[in-house]
Design a protein around this ligand. Structure first.
Ligand code: CU
Length: 449
């Protein structure tokens, strides 16, 4: 496919044309189907599944091997946090087509992603695919009536690990950090196949997890026709209705797929879902000044009256919780992708070593696809992120740790970890930690929704 692009960059079955369907650099005149990737809405998972499916068929035909399939990079498994060796060896006399230089410093030497970058626990806790209008948190993203019409809320799986892995692999200037170049790096495919696999694994958890509904707000997820190309280079269209059963509709399964038994829903779960969260009185607190993030941990207080802090505790510990408690980071500003990630903690006790496996860990802040249009040279990006912290508050109440004082939010920078370092790798210094990037969070909010 790479050779095809060298012969004719306008060949839709060539590597560059395919990468440009995801996103193309601004200085290239877009051809049919370019720049159609979907981020920051509920089309994210379905569009990328269609894209991978069509890409895989083109690559399979080109390989001449009818059994060829795209593999996945399971970075969350033990010992897998470096990109696979076959992608980081330049090759000798004949260049290795899987190798690219345009990655974060250290990645091609086998640097490890920080462990918090590859967790998907927060996405798997959620049972709703779509964020209801006026709410922010969901597994799959906010609903749009048509792709590209404004932005909806980012789904939790897209936010983490997807966005975080993108910008940690790409660093400040590598291809993976920007939608306009990301799909030129072959590791993009293995990253996205893994995200596609995690979508299937999430569905297996049951508990009401499913696809978007068929309301007017969600109908476009099923019906909107996206355009791709088949193995012969002819345009083909695909819809959400054609991709929900990977085995019957798309002829692929993952090696860790469970037996194909139907999900069973139980009355208790359905009743809990039927509660109307908007009945809960809303509570809101916010930080007083912007906070600048750097190489050393920084904390900020979310101001709210003690009475409201107590109400949050009561709300979160009810048997059936009426509303989510959302931690929102608003007006996040940065000059370029900083190439690091920030762990976010709620009420991390003074003096305690930040631990992403503790109940104080909320999630990671990343910077992929954050700019308008996704362009690296675009205007300074600002970004809002939302994290569901209901379970965190509940756990702190249960342990008597939820005091009636303003909640405190702490940001801890993490970079790549040098390979083969001594001791616990999660405590090792970051490869790309210096100089400290300039990232400012305009406001830290905790509110119910
Ligand atoms: Cu991606």
């Amino acid at each position: 496919m790479q050779r095809r692009s060298r012969v004719d960059v306008r060949d839709p079955t060539g590597w560059i044309y395919q990468a440009n369907i995801h996103g193309s650099p601004r200085d290239e005149n877009p051809l049919r189907g370019w720049n159609s990737c979907q981020h920051r809405s509920f089309f994210f998972l379905s569009w990328h599944r269609m894209y991978l499916y069509r890409f895989e068929r083109i690559l399979r035909a080109a390989s001449g091997d009818p059994g060829f399939a795209l593999p996945y990079w399971n970075y969350s498994a033990t010992g897998n946090r470096a990109i696979p060796a076959s992608f980081r060896t330049p090759g000798g006399t004949s260049a290795n087509p899987l190798y690219v230089q345009e990655r974060a410093e250290g990645i091609n030497q086998g640097a490890l992603l920080p462990p918090s970058a590859v967790t998907f626990a927060s996405a798997f806790r959620l049972t709703n695919f779509t964020a209801r209008p006026g709410t922010s948190v969901s597994f799959g993203g906010g609903a749009l009536r048509q792709p590209g019409q404004g932005t909806a809320r980012t789904g939790e799986l897209e936010r983490q690990p997807h966005n975080i892995v993108h910008s940690m692999v790409g660093g400040p200037s590598g291809w993976m950090s920007y939608p306009e170049t990301a799909a030129r790096d072959p590791i993009f495919l293995l990253h996205h196949v893994n995200i596609d696999r995690l979508w299937k694994r999430w569905l297996d958890q049951g508990g009401g997890r499913g696809y978007p509904g068929r309301s007017e707000d969600e109908e476009a997820w099923w019906r909107f026709r996206f355009e791709f190309f088949d193995e012969s280079g002819s345009p083909v269209q695909m819809t959400g209705e054609e991709i929900t059963d990977t085995v019957l509709q798309l002829d692929y399964r993952y090696d860790d797929d469970p037996p194909p038994l139907p999900a069973v829903r139980f009355a208790g779960e359905i009743r809990a879902e039927a509660r109307r969260p908007e009945l809960a009185p809303s509570i809101r607190g916010a930080s007083l000044a912007p906070v600048e993030l750097g190489a050393t941990p920084v904390s900020v207080l979310v101001e709210m009256p003690p009475r409201d802090v107590a109400r949050l505790g009561t709300l979160a510990s009810a048997e059936i919780v009426e509303a989510r408690i959302v931690l929102r980071l608003e007006d996040i500003a940065f000059e370029q992708n900083p190439g690091v990630t920030y762990e976010v903690y709620l009420n991390l006790p003074e003096g305690m070593t930040p631990d992403y496996q503790s109940r104080y860990y909320v999630g990671n802040l990343g910077f992929f696809a954050a700019r308008p249009g996704g362009h690296r040279h675009g205007p300074t990006g600002t970004l809002d992120e939302a994290f569901d912290v209901t379970a965190h508050v509940r756990a702190m109440v249960e342990r008597g740790e939820w005091a009636d004082v303003p909640p405190r939010v702490t940001f801890v920078m993490r970079g790549l970890i040098p390979p083969g370092g001594p001791g616990d790798p999660s405590r090792a210094p970051a490869v790309s930690a210096l100089p400290a990037p300039r990232v400012t969070v305009g406001r830290v909010v905790i509110e119910t929704e």
